[in-house]
Each structure stands twice: as C-alpha cells, then as structure tokens.
Design a protein around this ligand. Structure first.
Ligand code: PAF
Length: 282
C-alpha cells in the first residue's frame, strides 16, 4: 500500500492508472476509521481496479468553537486497517499543501447548506464541498463512496457534482450501526460508556418515526413530537434539531411520504451526534 503525502506524486500515480484504463474507487475520510469507513472501502474494492482512501482532517469544515484540534487522529492504526483491506493508496496531504498561501476559493452549496446541520454549523458544508471537489480533482475517481449517516453531506456532494459536471459517480452506502443501533462515527470516541448507552436515544427516536409512518401516521409534527419525547427521557441529551425532510431539497415536509428522511442532531453531554433514517412505508 502506497502512503502518499504529495499532491504531485499522487497525480503521477493516477495518470499512470488512467493510461492503463484502471478504474479508481475513492473513499474520502478524515481518518479515525471504523467499520462504517471499512464497509465503503470493501465496496470500492469489489467494484474498482484500484482503491484510493484519503485521510485529511479538513480544518475548513470545522467552526471556531468546534473539535478540530482534538478530532481523533489515529493515522498508524488507520493505515494498518486499510492495508488489511487491500487498499492500494492512502493519500495523506498536509494542510499547507491543500490550502496553499493565498487560497481563497469557496464552493457555496446554495440553500442546501442552510438546512439541518447547516443551521448550527454555518460554513461547514462550504468546507466539505471545497475539500471534496479538490480531492476529486486530484484523485479523479470513477466512483466515490460516502456513508448515509452524513445525509446532508451526501445530498450536497451529489448536487455539487451534478451542478458542476464533475465526472464521478457518487455511491451512498447504508449507515453502519453497533449491535445496539448506535450509528458508527469517529466522534463516538468522545463518549463514555454511560454516554454510549444514552446515545441510543437517537436510534430509538428514529425507530419510533419509522414505526409511526408504517402505522399510517404521516403528520410530521406529531412524529417529531414523539421523537422529542424519547430524547427528553435521556438526561444528558440536548436536541439540536429533529426534522423530517424531502431527500432532494432538504425542506421540511408537513406530511411524510415514503423516501422522506427523518434526521436529527443531539448532543450527548458535550458530543454532538447525528443520525437519520429513510422513511419507508410498508
Ligand atoms: O465525511 C467526512 O469524513 C468528511 O466530511 C469528508 C467527506 C472526508 C470531507 O472532509
């Protein structure tokens, strides 16, 4: 497995692969890898000749009071896991190379950045959009893989790719959960054992939403109220938002329809967690 830090070097490798008509599967990450990331890597392996994984903690997508400085960085272990999965290249650029002196370009994902997480994380999705676009331009993947847990991110990336005619296929794979239903996330590393149990309230609330629509209840105000009740039973939990939205526009819907998405962000103690489910009518 090649570990490459230089943009020029990886571009050289990619050029050769393209000359040999090898397909490239790409998994962008910020490291602190877990089974959710590895599920993306495995799918990329199944469908492509070469797999590239990037590990880059992107300062541009963190707000001033957010966790950039203590975001978990586990590079050696990440590389061990990726090598076991048979990944061909890890791209681990340094921030000064990604954002060289004078960098001033933004990618603004229009109204989509103001919904859901965008309300309490202003600027976050601009940071995501710009780094993902840069990574796509460097790695030139045929297919790029993302997890559904970051639902708003996936909607924005698909939109940016479509609006700017980026030549890449975006694949979204299901959220990976632990045996109790907690969505896997690098930020789970911040949770104590007690908080991990408390954090199950997110999945319980989403499961409630799913069962309500399956019982024929479509009024989203009622569904959200029931979800709130579940979160409020957990003392350490504070709701940032609970919304039921259309999957393309991210606008809240008054009546849920099959394919709409129930999404929430909840703080457990100091840790902000997100999760979502696609509501399916039986
Ligand atoms: O989902 C993430 O880990 C990040 O937002 C991404 C897509 C790697 C961009 O930094």
């Amino acid at each position: 497995m090649h570990i490459i830090t230089s943009i020029r070097d990886i571009q050289g490798h990619i050029k050769k692969l393209k000359e040999n008509h090898a397909t490239i599967g790409f998994v962008p990450t910020m490291g602190a890898l877990h089974e959710g990331h590895l599920s993306l890597v495995r799918e990329a392996k199944r469908k492509n000749d070469t797999v590239v994984v990037s590990i880059f903690v992107n300062a541009l997508q963190f707000g001033e009071n957010e966790d950039f400085s203590h975001y978990p960085r586990t590079f050696e272990n990440d590389c061990k896991l990726l090598s076991q999965e048979g990944v061909d290249m890890v791209f681990h650029p340094d921030a000064a190379k990604m954002y060289s002196k004078g960098f001033c370009t933004s990618v603004i994902p229009g109204h989509l950045e103001n919904a859901l997480c965008g309300k309490s994380r202003p600027g976050h999705f601009r940071g995501v959009a710009v780094v993902v676009l840069k990574l796509f331009n460097i790695v030139k993947p045929d297919i790029a893989y993302f997890g559904q847990k970051d639902f708003q991110q996936t909607v924005i990336i698909k939109r940016v790719v479509s609006d700017l005619n980026v030549d890449v296929i975006i694949k979204i794979l299901p959220t990976m959960r632990d045996q109790n239903g907690l969505a896997l996330s690098s930020r789970n590393a911040y949770l104590s054992e007690v908080e991990k149990k408390d954090a199950l309230c997110l999945y319980k609330a989403l499961t409630k939403a799913q069962s309500m629509v399956q019982a024929g209840i479509q009024n989203t105000e009622n569904i959200v109220q029931e979800m709130e009740k579940i979160i409020h039973t957990t003392k350490s939990a504070t709701i940032d938002y609970i919304s039921i939205v259309s999957p393309e526009t991210l606008e809240e819907v008054p009546m849920a329809h099959s394919g709409d998405v129930a999404a929430l962000a909840v703080r457990i103690g100091k840790t902000r967690l997100i999760d979502n489910v696609i509501l399916l009518f039986s």
